[in-house]
Ligand binder design. Structure first.
Ligand code: PLP
Length: 374
């Protein structure tokens, strides 16, 4: 049976060049970057060259990139330190942020008694910027945390615009860019963003590695203690092979961005056109003009089949998702869709299909055929 992977918002297949790079580092460059001998110096230079590559892709200085174990850790670190060390008294976010942000902010509210305000959403899942401006008129030390691309419905945020709004209101701006890094051009030099986070496994790099961009002189303090790595901001021996793999993956993603974006966008348009023919009453959840890698659809299929739909597709070797990966095994409806669908529609099957350049039109045809036979 041919297996079809259409769950790229959840994680992605590694590029062969990334595997090659990581294998080389694992085999040859095993030194500890903190050691002063040649093995250590060699490992250190791999870490620093990787940092430069990543910084260049996002147009920032290398000293502003801090490696972490994943996007979740980076989000936790920034939000917690902003409250604990930067005296943030209020966080503004949306109800459709990833749980790595939502649950962290809930906990900070309990622990530190901070004020938490949710910005309104438009019916298509986009952030209502007028409401953001209204919320920011209150004079209280604030951090705004809004994701660049929503991982379930693919809606996009104009981060430059939000950054400017935050700047005008003296608020800090943190953006979870896990779904956009490597897929959209990002210029942090020209966008007033204080903090952002990314994760390698979303852009064809390895799992277990991510990074944060932390603007110079931010005042952020570490979450962990016990070492001088990452300027003391994220101690622990660096995972040199993961860091090298992440830098290679990001470099290649941006080198091929134009071609791969066009190719993937065609796949998305093709799937929409096939659904229009086979399921004329289907609906797109979120803004149809969201990111090219994600399509979330509500299918006119009997409600009774909702619970089994992923299982049925999986039996045919097709991997898609009903929400974010951590929720896909749960029967709870997605917290993102719950913000924009009626109770009636929430019971119907919604699917998140997320693409990469490894997918083909033939795979889309097989998905549509499988859906017809459910
Ligand atoms: N933020 C978003 C938007 C995501 O999609 C994910 C992954 O599901 C994360 C954060 C968590 O990233 P990681 O898997 O690196 O912890």
């Amino acid at each position: 049976m041919k297996k079809i992977y259409l769950d790229n918002a959840s994680t992605t297949q590694l590029r062969p060049e990334v595997i090659h790079e990581m294998t080389k580092v694992l085999t040859e460059d095993f030194g500890n970057p903190s050691s002063t001998h040649s093995f250590g110096r060699n490992a250190k230079s791999i870490v620093e060259l990787s940092r430069k590559t990543i910084a260049k892709s996002l147009n920032v200085s290398a000293s502003e990139i801090i490696f972490t174990s994943c996007g979740t850790e980076a989000n936790n670190w920034i939000l917690r330190s902003a409250v604990k060390d930067l005296n943030v008294e209020r966080i503004i976010l949306s109800k459709i942020e990833h749980h790595a942000v939502l649950h962290t902010v809930e906990l900070l509210q309990k622990e530190f008694g901070i004020q938490v305000d949710f910005v309104s959403l438009k019916s298509n899942g986009e952030i209502d910027l007028t409401d953001l401006v209204d919320l920011l008129s209150q004079e209280i030390k604030t951090l705004v945390s809004l994701m660049h691309v929503n991982n379930e419905i693919g809606t996009l945020l104009d981060v430059t615009k939000v950054g400017r709004i935050c700047e005008q209101h003296n608020a800090l701006f943190h953006s979870d860019m896990v779904q956009s890094v490597g897929k959209i051009e990002i210029d942090l030099q020209h966008s007033p963003i204080d903090f952002m986070v990314a994760s390698a496994h979303k852009f064809h790099g390895p799992k277990g590695i991510g990074f944060a961009f932390v603007k110079k002189n931010s005042g952020l303090q570490p979450l962990f203690y016990g070492g001088e790595q990452e300027k003391g901001l994220r101690p622990g021996t660096e995972a040199v092979h993961q860091i090298a793999g992440m830098a290679k993956a990001l470099e290649l993603s941006y080198a091929h961005l134009e071609t791969e974006r066009n190719y993937i966008f065609e796949l998305k348009k093709y799937l929409i056109s096939r659904l229009e023919i086979e399921f004329p009453d289907f609906q797109i959840n979120g803004n149809p003009d969201g990111i090219y890698t994600i399509l979330n659809v509500l299918l006119p299929i009997s409600e009774t089949k909702t619970a089994m739909i992923l299982f049925n597709l999986d039996m045919k070797g097709i991997a898609v998702s009903r929400g974010s990966a951590c929720q896909s095994g749960s029967i709870k409806p997605s917290h993102v869709l719950a913000e924009m669908l009626s109770n009636e529609d929430l019971k119907k099957p919604s699917l998140r299909i997320s693409f990469s350049h490894f997918n083909t039109k033939a795979e889309i045809d097989l998905l549509v055929e499988a859906l017809k036979n459910i």
